[in-house]
Design a protein around this ligand. Structure first.
Ligand code: 6R9
Length: 672
């Protein structure tokens, strides 16, 4: 655990400040800084009472809780434990008999532009029917179900149906390989897999079921008794008798009513695997009550969602953002949301803007990588520039997944938001369940590149390795000092790793270590307007953020090492990239010696394809460099900071006197 120099470096001073408009302050749920401060004070005065009230107001409980927070087995905190509820009932049944019943829950736009709308009532019936189909296959409370689905309404239905039964879903992003999928199926002990024949992206059909078959054939998946297949297209796929059913077959004859199973607030709702600093992904466990409270609450606080809003979060359901802000939050809040199957650049890079215009989207939430790639595209082709579209329906913009650079922020603000829409730059993680640090539309003066202030009630600060609070202007590690309702509860099958990763002894064992570096503003450049604002400076562990996707360098290194006929040793680091935020750079030593010319290019491509097979295409290194060796200390430790400099193309200014083989640096600096 150490703070990298990037976190301590003094930062470019940003002095542009965008205060909230009077109109926004007036209409927002949390209206004005005084209201925000009052909420913070309330939480400060009675922390448990603050969350208890919100949990009672925002969720429907079938059995009320009597105890709010149990800290007796810290850091395994429990929230609202003796209360009972059902997540799906809170997202669907709860709206029946209210005006939301016949409201559109989801406006689905397919890859090819076809649009389908589903009301809350229809969604409830489809979820009920799907839950009955799962039940008929023996799926029950506590069972684990893997989803490997496209971005379609059926994905949300499957997640909600699991929740309805108290079954624990684990969604695996459709871009992961058969091997990655199998590891997750085995780790979680899944009894069923829900998938589709194909997923449609950018006009192309990509197989999903075939990948599931391959995963199951890799072994260790004997617990899987059922595979349900959504026929996204008419294309046939292999079906195994007795194990596999199409949705149509599974749903035939099933009633559309299925009583939701009440579960304890601490019953796991889902497990989502994410990269950490070792080779093995972590199964982040989220529980029903606290997580759902957060999903609902942040829809209200961060997005200030109003009944007439049309909300659109562009994230895939395979990531946490797609869980909280597609599958649960918008439904718990009774909102109308857009769900999009395809990619932002198909049929052209005006797709997002065209869809905002078409569906009158009012709250739009996307990733900086998407913004940056659309800036580039609109510079190359004026026809896809957002100014060519009617985006007047927008009132709030959001950003998530990685730091947004001030240039991209300002472009987004001007060209998409028409200088009228606040940008809520939301810092959070798979582990936090939902938003943690971000502006509130009716409260916060915005500063490009800053995620501003914690949500009311959260105790977040920046500390050094000893846990000492850092003054404004000095970088350190981002920590959360008090438990919060939607926090990760454990790592599936690995409570020890949970403690070690997030609650290190060095910090006393009860402080949550986020794994990010951060710095708070002194306010000097803005006459105090942004004093105390947080800015995230990037990960402090071996996790990269490529296009907003978390990738462990160790995972990629293990994948390379597994190609044991070719690879002797490999080290993977990140380097800044204009488009994807960070890019993966691999330094490889081959068993057969250092290749050059065409052979080096051929082997690099072979290794890239290998990684795509081992993990998924998102883990393919952008750069691969070959060397006779890696830079090592005399004790044999790979000097990663040198590799980072080489990857960036920087001259080596660090002290290399402890290096065993300094001549290797020049070799590794050569690009293919
Ligand atoms: C929601 C999500 C979490 C990591 C996190 C941080 C980075 C996310 C950010 C941000 C700066 C933001 N991150 N949002 N960095 N500003 N607004 O992305 O979860 O996939 O678990 O990634 O992403 O480094 O630690 P997850």
């Amino acid at each position: 655990m150490s703070v990298p120099s990037s976190a301590i470096e003094s930062v470019l001073i940003e002095n542009r400040v965008f205060p909230p408009s009077d109109a926004m302050v007036k209409c927002a749920r949390i209206s004005g800084m005084a209201a925000y401060n009052a909420l913070c004070a309330q939480a400060g005065g009675d922390y448990e009472g603050f969350w208890a009230t919100l949990a009672r107001e925002n969720l429907a409980w079938s059995k009320p809780f009597t105890k709010t927070l149990d800290e007796s087995n810290a850091p395994f905190y429990k929230w609202f434990e003796d209360g009972e509820l059902n997540a799906s009932a809170n997202c669907l049944d709860r709206h029946m008999g209210t005006p939301v019943e016949n409201k559109t829950a989801i406006i689905f736009e397919a890859d090819d532009g076809a649009v389908a709308k589903v009301t809350y009532k229809e969604l409830l019936a489809r979820v009920g029917q799907f839950a009955n189909a799962l039940k008929a296959r023996g799926v029950k409370k506590g069972d684990r179900v893997i989803l490997y689905m496209p971005m379609t309404v059926e994905g949300v239905i499957a997640m909600q149906a699991c929740a309805r039964l108290g079954a624990i879903h684990s969604v695996v992003f459709g871009g992961f390989s058969a091997k990655a999928l199998q590891e997750r199926i085995v780790n979680i002990g899944a009894v069923a897999v829900i998938t589709a024949n194909v997923q449609m992206r950018g006009g192309r059909a990509m197989p999903l079921k075939a990948v599931v078959d391959e995963a199951l054939a890799l072994g260790g998946c004997e617990a899987v008794k059922t595979v349900l297949v959504y026929q996204r297209t008419k294309d046939a796929c292999n079906m195994v008798a007795g194990r596999d059913l199409t949705f149509e077959q599974a749903l035939a004859g099933q009633s559309t009513t299925c009583a939701p199973v009440p579960v304890s607030a601490e019953h796991p709702l889902f497990v989502l695997y994410t990269s950490g600093s070792t080779g093995q992904p972590k199964g982040v466990v989220h529980c029903t009550g606290g997580y759902l409270l957060w999903a609902k609450l942040t829809m209200d606080w961060t997005f200030d969602l109003k009944p007439e809003d049309v909300f659109w979060c562009t994230a895939d359901i395979g990531w946490i953002t797609g869980h909280t802000y597609v599958a649960y939050g918008p439904l718990a809040a009774g909102g109308t949301q857009i769900m999009f199957e395809g990619v932002p650049t198909y049929p052209d890079a005006g797709r997002f803007w065209q869809m905002i215009e078409r569906h009158k989207c009012s709250v739009f939430y996307t990733a900086p990588t998407a913004v940056r790639s659309l800036i580039k595209a609109s510079e190359a082709d004026p026809k896809v520039h957002p100014k060519r579209f009617d985006l007047s329906s927008l009132r709030i913009l959001g950003s998530v997944g990685e730091p947004i650079n001030p240039e991209a922020w300002v472009w987004y603000y001007k060209n998409v938001g028409g200088e009228r829409c606040p940008i809520v730059d939301t810092w959070w993680q798979t582990e936090t369940g939902g938003h943690m640090i971000n502006p509130l539309p009716g409260v916060t003066a915005l500063v490009p590149g800053s995620c501003t202030l914690p949500l009311p009630g959260l105790m977040i600060s920046i500390v050094d390795e000893m846990g000492h609070e850092m003054p404004n202007g000095s970088g350190g590690m981002l920590v959360i000092k008090r438990p919060w309702p939607s926090m990760v509860r454990t790592i599936w099958n690995d409570p020890e790793r949970f403690k070690k990763s997030y609650f290190p002894e060095e910090l006393g064992g009860k402080t949550y270590l986020a794994g990010d570096g951060a710095v708070r503003s002194t306010g000097e450049a803005t006459n105090g307007a942004d004093r105390g604002y947080f800015r995230i400076t990037g990960r402090i562990d071996d996790v990269l953020n490529v296009s907003g996707h978390r990738m462990g360098t160790m995972e990629i290194e293990s994948a390379l090492a597994a190609k044991s006929d070719l690879v002797a040793e490999a080290a993977v680091v990140g380097r800044p990239d204009d488009l994807t935020g960070e890019a993966i750079c691999a330094f490889v030593v081959l068993k057969g010696g250092r290749p050059t010319g065409d052979e080096a290019v051929r082997i690099a491509n072979e290794l890239r394809n290998w990684i795509a097979k081992e993990i998924g295409p998102i883990a393919k290194p952008k750069d691969i460099r070959f060397g006779d060796n890696l830079p090592k200390t005399r004790s044999g430790k790979i000097m990663r900071r040198l590799l980072r400099s080489i990857a960036k193309g920087e001259p080596i200014t660090q002290d290399v006197s402890t290096l065993e083989n300094p001549q290797i640096l020049k070799q590794l600096a050569e690009k293919l």
